[in-house]
Ligand binder design. Structure first.
Ligand SMILES: Cc1ncc(COP(=O)(O)O)c(C=O)c1O
Length: 376
């Protein structure tokens, strides 16, 4: 099977993991955790990076630190991986799901603005949802598939409506907006190192922030909130959300190769575009000029989605539709979904991601493109 986006472990992974095993530093502390955090902070330009056990736990920890709770609503796009919305629910809060833009597939900022204008009010420096009386402290933009929305406009809106930004940049390691890295626009940003991401640690995540106190708190909360170096004194309810040293060792080796992986992802999307753009009704994600995306997961939009999915998967070329829109899942169907034309459903019916592992060969890319062309 040609994997959709599989790991590429061609660097120092084995060497660094062996080092953990031979020295015995395999578990929750170790030099690779510190190093992985340091290189991530350097690469993204964030002042701090705190490693976590997954992207999901990075999001949950961040929301806990922002004090999100059961009287709150958190704004997020309706097209995302479930972990974004689950992390909101873990805190007792509920999502306000905003429909996405048909072309960029990111949260639709016109709709967001309309929602904030018509449905919220500012009281005592906080944004409140008028109908439910709930506070809206946080917005979670998701950089869907490594693309980004107009961040200048988003920042202006969030500052007008007193919303704190927590970026779900789990898919956007290596994506930049006017030279600034994804995840560094909000008070906090998060990354995921799940097996299909642009770099992987098997499983893992990261919180980045420029705020010294939040970084310290994130480390504390993700390591059981132990407040005494000797005694088991814990000063708040913490979590075992730490990344183990053996995973961080892989992360350090993967970060060394990230520039090459990014180059490769660009070559892959350029190849697919050269082969498929203009074939039938195929289009790709629209990227605005300020954005330099990581092209983590090349995905096409076409009315022939089902036919192509069937053709590729039956030819052992792994291909997947976009996520089912969040408002269609049973746990979230009673939450607010703000939309005009349900672009989420439009995209769900049409988009499919195609094989794009960084070690895919040109002949494999050609074979995938040819199979897709056969459907037209
Ligand atoms: C948009 C989005 N949010 C959150 C996550 C959760 O990350 P993880 O799988 O590392 O928990 C992922 C990836 O899996 C994701 O794609």
């Amino acid at each position: 099977m040609l994997l959709l986006s599989g790991p590429n472990m061609g660097g120092n992974e084995l060497k660094y993991v062996s080092e953990c095993i031979t020295t015995g530093w395999v578990s929750s502390v170790g030099a690779f955790v510190d190093k992985f955090e340091k290189v991530t902070a350097e690469f993204t330009g964030a002042a701090h990076a705190v490693a976590t056990s997954s992207g999901t736990t990075a999001l949950h920890t961040s929301l806990v630190m922002l004090g999100t709770g059961s009287n709150d609503l958190v704004i997020a796009p309706n097209i995302t991986f479930i972990a974004t919305i689950n992390s909101i629910k873990y805190t007792g809060a509920s999502p306000v799901l905003i429909d996405v833009d048909k072309d960029s597939w990111q949260m639709d900022l016109d709709l967001l603005e309309e929602f904030l204008e018509k449905e919220t009010e500012i009281r005592d420096g906080n944004c409140y949802h008028i109908a439910s009386g709930k506070r809206i402290p946080v917005i979670m933009p998701v950089h869907v598939l490594g693309n980004m929305c107009d961040m200048d406009r988003l920042m202006a809106l969030t500052s007008k409506y007193h919303l704190t930004i927590l970026e779900d940049s789990t898919e956007a390691l290596g994506s930049f907006y006017n030279g600034k890295h994804a995840g560094t626009f909000g008070l906090m940003g998060t990354f995921s190192y799940n097996g299909n991401k642009i770099i992987t640690t098997g499983g893992g995540g990261m919180i980045v922030t420029n705020d010294d106190a939040l970084a310290k708190h994130a480390k504390h909360l993700t390591t059981q909130a132990k407040a005494d170096p000797f005694e088991y004194f814990h000063d708040e309810i913490g979590y075992n959300y730490r990344l183990v040293n053996v995973a961080a060792a892989m992360g350090v080796a993967q970060m060394e190769q990230l520039p090459d992986f990014l180059k490769r992802k660009k070559e892959i999307i350029e190849y697919y575009k050269s082969q498929l753009e203009g074939v039938g009704d195929i289009t790709f994600q629209k990227v605005i000029q300020s954005v330099n995306p990581n092209w983590w997961m090349p995905t096409i939009r076409t009315g022939k989605q089902k036919e192509i999915l069937e053709k590729l998967n039956s030819n052992k070329m792994q291909s997947r539709p976009l996520w089912i829109p969040m408002n269609k899942l049973p746990m979230f169907e009673r939450d607010i979904f703000y939309q005009h034309q349900d672009n989420s459903d439009f995209l769900y019916q049409r988009c499919l991601s195609i094989p794009c592992s960084t070690n895919i060969t040109i002949s494999e890319l050609k074979a995938v493109s040819d199979k897709i062309k056969e459907c037209f």
